[in-house]
Ligand binder design. Sequence first.
Ligand SMILES: [Zn+2]
Length: 451
Amino acid sequence: MSDARSACRFLGAPALAAVLASCGAGLPDRTSEPRRPNIVLYVVDTVRADRLGVYGYQRPTSPRLDAFAADAVVFENAYAQSSWTRPAVASLFTGLLPPAHRTVGRRSTLPEDATTLAEILAANGYEGMGLVRNPNVGRAFGFAQGFVRFRTEDRERDETMLDRVRPWLDERQDAESPFFLYLHAIDPHGPYDPAPEFEEMFEAAGAPEHYRTVRYLLELNRREVQPDEGTAEALSRLYDAEVAQNDRAFGTLLDELDVRGLTEDTAVIYVSDHGEEFAEHGRWEHGLSLYEEVLRVPFVIRLPGVPPRRIETPAQHVDLLPTLLAYLGIEAPPADGRDLLARRRRGDARPDVYAHLDVDVHRAASVIRGRYKLVLPQSASQGTAPMLFDLEADPGELEDLASERPKVVQRMLDLLADRNLTGEIAAAEEIEDDQIDEDVRRRLQALGYLD
Ligand SMILES: [Zn+2]
């Protein structure tokens, strides 16, 4: 029995009707069709687009990504669907906005009946392996669906994740089926504790020792400590050093593909789940607001046979699934995203960009249409008055125009309402505290997620 057929049988749940339909109708016939390319989905946690050379940054944080991007499709204006990991990756995996995947809160899980990218690929003959260094997208929260192998990694650095990938690639060297490798790296996420060589490179070694702890970042957000004049700059340097450290890890992965002769027939997707704040609006880290610094992410894809270019039209997480499946010739389930490589006709409207946040006490939604961005805070921590920004005139979102442009505000509130983003979103499924095992709890605490 072919891998694809056994995967279809394995996935025979009623909720996977769309996948099953594609299994029945579109089983790849290996005698006549060329093999589909392998796929590497490289998600790096917490990387802001504007800290990378390919997006215009001046410091040398990303030599490997920059070189990779020269042969790839670069989305210049790419957005996260949320400002923390779980809902953002749920959108990447399902092509759905948060009101549809309903994986929003601290305890919420990606529901079993969600149709994920890994499941669709498995149904079409792919063998999936997932390695995640962020437990927020671990098995306990539903993200292992569709992977034959999946584990949450406790390795010290992103670079050492490759130690697990190599034996797997060795093992399946003669495999007939293509692979889907999902790596979720996390070096740039707090605590900012780069290796000494990277600290030196970014002149970050002089930062006080406690700047390298999650506790300090939490205390800054709770206003329990006051930042000094140089705090944002010092934390920024440590962060840059970790971005660079991850870049080297990404480069090592590319080298590994090269050495194995896999580069030509492997699609590689590089994307971040969200950005990071350095007090541009008085906050630190992420998951607290929907300003550009937490929503603008790198999104670079290298697909065999697709010529390199830079695309200015906005892209967002929900677009990954329809784009990749269209490229592979696999029918996609209904999604909120669109195929980013489809030819656009003159007069096509610029796509609207949506984001949503509902974690702990922080709730907000946002939409960008053209030059305007509306943020609707919906909680005591955020306020409740809509804010309107002109991103062309004011990319730093410093001047709220809501009172001057009530008609624009209303139009954009209607857009949010149309997408069910103005009200509370009930989580699809939630995990109880006692269902989180000690190991996951410890890792979440190390990242600052649980007290
Ligand atoms: Zn994250």
